[in-house]
Design a protein around this ligand. Structure first.
Ligand SMILES: Nc1nc2c(c(=O)[nH]1)N[C@H]1C(S)=C(S)[C@@H](COP(=O)(O)O)O[C@H]1N2
Ligand SMILES: [Mo]
Length: 498
């Protein structure tokens, strides 16, 4: 187990220098994410939420410890096979690194180094710790003391090497890359600014209308946050176009930019969930891109590629060209796009769920056909067309809390991006539906806040909410799972008044 620990530490350190995502535990984890069947993935995300990734890494570490422990059982007497077996564990990393989409031969180096480090560590440890093992007579007190000191030396030495490698690697990985901060202050001015959010759009005390960057939800398949350097980064737009285009970061920033406040939602958002946020985005409108490259007839999708692993996304061309504010985003709430939200550039299309529109760490957009290319989540059976579903949420009071009867105000948000919210209704204790008062409308691509004053008898109550979008469609009662095209159903809470 100590040898395996040394291997992981050494691999992590080398990966931090070469490419952090190729660290042995991470390549194994990433490949497992890609290979996991959709229901398994859905179960893990539903059950463990944002702890899904640490959990996966922990699980791999436990399995590794078990295998290494098993090898350790015969290491004393069959040193060579044991050494080969420990090195063999490293080779799992090599294979996993090679099957990652877009893998380069160099990606195997951290796992090769890990295999070698593990083998050397095992040899040394067996020699140091096991020196007295073949003794036939009962050890003397002095010999016993020496054995103990050798054991401590082995544990201490291997532990220190592993810790130095692991912590050093982590520190280097965190420092790496151009990162989001470096381009701060360079953001161009938009040719069209975002409409001001009307004061009445925010219900006092409710969820902030604009989400802080730190609070903005995050959903992606990456085990660690990619830190992309803008040096050497380019965005290619090609495929069925007359004039393919490759832009450096500076060239991208020179294009005309628009600024828009838009609400984003994830298809994996459960009823009442938090995978919905709003920010002010700065980016190049797709209309500008389309004009520059000249999209050829016959293309029906924009197929986008991410720099992190093999993530790809299919966006219907119609949604990019029907006049809505689809854009290639470089700025968020007045700052350069943060690493976690896709630095240096991401896509954003109002009205579509993130997995069919919002590729982060953008590398390439290929105009093509659905017949020709299928995306990461399409291959995993998720919906091909995925407009945001009309949803509403009760944010105050928190479920199972008690509120004073003379100030019993319920509040929350509703969203139906690119259609708009026309009405929100509340139902208390299964009674008749009653109109909530809607906050000022800030635009159809944005969520809308609502409030409702409860003035019924004190005690414990249930409240349910449902929204109607501007096309007249009422949110259905029937709950559905998030797979394959988003959760439906009414959000419900239990609260007390006194
Ligand atoms: N490269 C990459 N881009 C991605 C994803 C991903 O896994 N990888 N997930 C998508 C999904 S499912 C959503 S909902 C949004 C989330 O964007 P956010 O993390 O900035 O909130 O990003 C989209 N873009
Ligand atoms: Mo998503």
């Amino acid at each position: 187990m100590l040898a395996a620990l040394v291997a992981i530490g050494a691999g992590h350190l080398v990966a931090a220098i070469l490419a952090p995502a190729t660290s042995p535990l991470l390549v194994v984890g990433s490949t497992m994410i890609d290979l996991a069947p959709t229901p398994a993935k859905e179960f893990v995300v539903r059950t463990f939420g944002n702890y899904d990734k640490p959990l996966l890494i922990g699980l791999i570490a436990v399995v590794l410890a078990g295998l290494a422990g098993g090898i350790g059982q015969f290491a004393w007497h069959r040193r060579t096979p044991a050494t080969l077996a420990i090195a063999g564990l490293g080779l799992i990393g090599v294979v996993m690194a090679l099957v990652r989409p877009g893998a380069a031969p160099l990606d195997t180096i951290p796992s090769i180094v890990a295999a070698a480090a593990g083998a050397v560590a095992l040899q040394l440890l067996v020699r140091v710790i096991g020196a007295g093992r073949d003794r036939v007579e009962t050890p003397t007190t002095a010999e016993r003391g020496r054995d103990r000191r050798r054991l401590m030396l082995g544990i201490g030495g291997a532990g220190a090497v592993a810790l130095l490698g692991g912590a050093g690697g982590e520190a280097i990985a965190r420092q790496r890359g151009g990162g989001a901060g470096t381009a701060a202050g360079r953001l161009p001015r938009p040719i069209s600014t975002a409409a001001a959010i009307p004061a009445g759009a925010q219900v006092p005390g409710a969820t902030p209308f604009i989400t802080e960057i730190a609070d903005f939800y995050r959903v992606d398949i990456s085990l660690t946050t990619p830190k992309i350097s803008i040096d050497g980064w380019t965005l290619t737009i090609d495929g069925m176009v007359d004039r393919p285009l490759t832009l450096t970061y500076d060239e991208l920033l020179e294009l005309p930019m628009i600024e828009r406040t838009i609400t984003m939602t994830c298809v994996s958002n459960e009823v009442g969930g938090g995978y919905v946020s709003t920010a002010r985005w700065l980016g190049v409108p797709f209309s500008e891109i389309a004009e520059r490259v000249g999209i050829q007839p016959g293309a029906d999708q924009a197929y986008s590629y991410s720099l992190d692993s093999g993530y790809t996304c299919s966006t219907p061309l119609a949604a990019l060209t029907d006049g809505r504010d689809a854009m290639i985003v470089v700025g968020m709430n007045g700052e350069t796009l943060p690493d976690k939200n896709g630095f240096p550039a991401r896509m954003l299309v109002p009205g579509l769920f993130g997995f069919v529109s919002a590729t982060k760490w953008l590398r390439r957009i290929e105009f093509t056909t659905y017949a020709e290319r299928s995306a990461y989540w399409t291959d995993r059976e998720w919906a091909t067309d995925a407009p945001v579903l009309t949803q509403s949420r009760i944010d105050v009071p928190k479920s199972l809390t008690t509120i004073p009867r003379d100030r019993a105000v319920l509040g929350g948000i509703a969203w139906a991006q690119h259609r708009g919210i026309a009405r929100v209704e509340l139902r208390i204790d299964g009674g008749p539906w009653q109109e909530a008062s809607l906050a000022t409308d800030a635009g159809i691509d944005l969520w809308r806040q609502w409030s409702y004053v409860y003035d019924g008898p004190p005690g414990q109550h249930t409240a349910e909410v449902r929204a109607t979008d501007a096309t007249g469609e009422v949110q259905p009662e029937q709950r559905t799972k998030v797979f394959p095209d988003g959760a439906r159903g009414w959000h419900q809470i239990v609260f007390s008044t006194e």
